[in-house]
Write a protein that binds this ligand. Structure first.
Ligand SMILES: Cc1cc2nc3c(=O)[nH]c(=O)nc-3n(C[C@H](O)[C@H](O)[C@H](O)COP(=O)(O)O)c2cc1C
Length: 146
């Protein structure tokens, strides 16, 4: 059994809904999941398994509710060597900076010593009216890799 901390970054709610949906799927598979929407560093234990689900805003920017966490990580530079994580981006291919936030998050996690499990899932909302569907399929394989 794996205990997964799901971190969502969202402005209008899509990534939040995906995060909540994935928590249910992970629990159905016999694991536990705790969803944190835009947590600050103090709320996170720097070890175990994280699943980061983030939309992109501005021009490739992190959603407002995830910016404080990644600013803190950049400023304080804690070691995340004990963290294994998965990464899901939600964005629109109408933007040149498609899913730019999850790429930036991935770079920062690796810089802090965390290990990514699996490939990054990038969900294009122009192709997937219901982003939960590709996310659900992906997470079922991802959880097996942990
Ligand atoms: C003002 C604005 C800027 C956006 N910029 C980007 C972007 O740079 N790259 C991208 O992939 N998607 C971009 N998007 C699309 C959002 O990521 C997409 O609508 C997503 O579903 C929003 O999820 P959320 O409700 O969880 O924030 C943008 C959307 C808005 C409204």
């Amino acid at each position: 059994m794996t205990d997964v901390t799901i971190i969502s970054g969202s402005t209008l709610g899509s990534a939040e809904y995906v995060a909540e949906h994935l928590a249910g799927i992970i629990e159905q598979q016999g694991h536990t999941a705790n969803v944190l929407h835009g947590p600050e560093l103090e709320e996170l234990i720097p070890q175990g398994v994280w699943l980061i689900v983030s939309s992109t805003h501005g021009a490739g920017d992190l959603p407002d509710n995830l910016q404080p966490l990644f600013e803190q990580l950049a400023a304080e530079q804690p070691s995340l060597a004990g963290v294994k994580y998965g990464a899901i981006g939600i964005g629109s291919s109408e933007y040149d900076t498609f899913c730019g936030a999850i790429d930036s998050i991935d770079r920062q996690m690796i810089e802090r010593g965390a290990s990514r499990v699996g490939t990054i899932l990038k969900i294009d909302i122009t192709q997937h009216e219901i982003p939960e569907d590709p996310a659900e399929e992906w997470v079922k394989s991802w959880i097996e890799l942990i």
